[in-house]
Design a protein around this ligand. Structure first.
Ligand code: ZN
Ligand code: ZN
Length: 416
C-alpha cells in the first residue's frame, strides 16, 4: 500500500467517495462543478473518478491558486477588481441553472491575503456579488446541491501546528480532518447516517418549542438575547435541493441553526475563538447590539478588519444565523484552533453577521428579498460566522408566553 503524508490512499479514496456520495450525492446524468486549489490535484483526481463512477454526466473543474490570487489582489487596478466579465458570470449561471452539483475543496494558506487592503477585497466581493447574484441565491436557498470539505495544506498545517515539522503537521491535520468527517474507523457512510439522525432530532425538538428568543450567558462577558423570526425552522445535517436530492452542505457539520430576527438582538456577545477573516486574525472581540444592530465593538487584534466587515453593507451589522453546537462535539474536543471556519464553527455555538439562510423560515425559499426583510430575515453580501461557545455557556429558550426552558448548561445540551 502506498502512503501520502502517512495517510493510507484507501482513506483518501473513502473521503473522496464520502464527498461525492454523501456530500453532494451525485445523481446519474448530473453535471458536477468542482472548485479546488491546484496543489490538491491528486485529491481532485479521486473526486473526479468517484463522480464519474456515480454517473456524473460531466465534471467541470474550477482550479484556484493561492499565488495567483495574491498576485491578483496586489496588482490589478480598481477597475479590474470591480469588473466581472459577462462570460465569467455566465459560466456560473449556466451550470447552476442546469442544477449542477457544486463541490468545493478548501485548503489554502489561511494567511494568503494577509496585509491586502480590505477595501480592495471589498470591491471584488461587491462586484462578484452583483454579477453572480442569481447563482448565489440558488446556492443560499439550496436549489442546487452543494458541499464544502477541506484538504490539508502545508502552510495551513504549519499555522495550526507551529511546533511540528511540516511533515508531522500535515499528517496530524489529515488525521483531525478525517476524524472530524468520520472517515477513521468503521464505515463512514453509516456513521453519517447516525449523526444526521441526531441532528434531525434536535431540529424537531427545537421546532416544537418554537421559541421567541434565546438568552446566552457565560463568564467571559456574554449576556445576550436574540429574537428568532416567526415561523423559523431549525436546520442541521442533510438538506434537500430543489430537485429533491439529499445532500450535506458542510463536511464536517455539528451544528443546528436557524434565523434570528434582524431587529431583535440586545446585549453583548464575547467571541470565544479568534476569527480568521480573509487571512487576517480578529482576536478577543465583542459586539454590542441594540435593536438587532451592532452599536459598539471591540477587538484586541484586527479591529480594522472587524470594522470592514461591519461596514460592508447595511445587513452586515445584523445577524443572519444562530447556531447551536455542543462544547462536547468531536471537533471541540480536539482542542485545536483550525483557523478555518468549516472546522472552528463546528467546535462552538456561533452566530453569523450578514445574510440569513432563506431555508430557515417557513416558505423562505420562495420569498423575495423584500418579503424576507419583512419577515425579519437579513440580507447582505456578507455571511461571517463567529464563535461564542464556552464550557460554561448557558442558553435559555424563552417562549412568547414567557415560559423558559434551559437548553444548554455547561456548554452542552441540558437534556443530554
Ligand atoms: Zn453555522
Ligand atoms: Zn454560517
Amino acid at each position: 500500500m502506498s502512503y501520502r503524508n502517512g495517510i493510507a490512499e484507501e482513506k483518501l479514496r473513502e473521503y473522496a467517495r464520502l464527498m461525492v456520495r454523501v456530500g453532494i450525492n451525485v445523481q446519474p446524468g448530473q453535471e458536477i462543478v468542482i472548485s479546488c486549489p491546484v496543489e490538491h490535484y491528486a485529491f481532485a483526481h479521486e473526486l473526479i473518478k468517484e463522480a464519474y463512477l456515480a454517473g456524473a454526466a460531466e465534471v467541470i473543474m474550477r482550479w484556484s491558486d493561492d499565488v495567483e490570487t495574491r498576485q491578483y489582489y496586489e496588482n490589478v487596478s480598481e477597475e479590474t477588481l470591480s469588473t466581472v466579465p459577462d462570460w465569467k458570470a455566465q459560466s456560473y449561471l449556466y451550470y447552476s441553472r442546469r442544477g449542477a452539483g457544486h463541490l468545493s475543496v478548501s485548503g489554502g494558506d489561511p494567511e494568503n491575503l494577509k496585509g491586502i487592503d480590505p477595501m480592495r477585497m471589498h470591491l471584488r466581493e461587491a462586484a462578484l456579488e452583483q454579477a453572480l447574484e442569481e447563482h448565489h441565491k440558488r446556492m443560499m436557498a439550496s436549489e442546487v446541491p452543494w458541499s464544502v470539505a477541506a484538504v490539508p495544506q502545508k502552510k495551513w498545517a504549519k499555522k495550526v501546528f507551529p511546533e511540528l515539522s511540516e511533515e508531522e503537521g500535515m499528517e496530524k491535520l489529515w488525521e483531525l480532518i478525517l476524524k472530524s468527517v468520520r472517515v477513521w474507523d468503521g464505515d463512514a457512510v453509516s456513521a453519517w447516517e447516525k449523526h444526521n439522525a441526531f441532528l434531525k432530532e434536535k431540529c424537531r425538538m427545537m421546532d416544537e418549542y418554537g421559541f421567541e428568543k434565546l438568552h446566552y450567558k457565560n463568564s467571559i462577558g456574554t449576556d445576550f438575547t436574540v429574537g428568532l423570526v416567526k415561523g423559523h425552522k431549525w436546520e442541521g445535517g442533510s438538506e434537500k435541493s430543489g430537485t429533491g436530492t439529499v445532500f450535506m452542505a458542510n463536511m464536517p457539520t455539528e451544528e443546528i441553526f436557524t434565523m434570528p430576527h434582524r431587529e431583535m438582538a440586545e446585549g453583548t456577545i464575547v467571541s470565544s475563538m479568534p476569527l480568521s477573516y480573509r487571512g487576517t486574525m480578529i482576536k478577543n472581540f465583542s459586539l454590542t447590539f441594540q435593536g438587532g444592530k451592532v452599536v459598539d465593538y471591540h477587538a484586541q487584534e484586527g479591529i480594522e478588519t472587524l470594522k470592514s466587515i461591519l461596514d460592508g453593507d447595511e445587513g452586515s451589522r445584523h445577524l443572519g444565523e444562530v447556531a447551536l453546537v455542543p462544547y462536547t462535539s468531536p471537533i471541540s474536543q480536539m482542542k485545536t484552533l483550525f483557523y478555518h471556519t468549516l472546522f472552528d464553527e463546528n467546535a462552538s455555538c456561533h452566530f453569523a453577521l450578514g445574510a440569513c439562510y432563506p431555508t430557515t423560515i417557513e416558505g423562505g425559499a420562495a420569498m423575495s428579498e423584500e418579503e424576507l426583510l419583512q419577515a425579519g430575515g437579513n440580507t447582505s453580501m456578507n455571511h461571517v460566522d463567529f464563535m461564542v461557545g464556552t464550557s460554561d455557556l448557558t442558553i435559555t429558550g424563552i417562549k412568547s408566553d414567557g415560559e423558559e426552558v434551559l437548553l444548554f448548561e455547561n456548554g452542552d445540551w441540558a437534556d443530554r
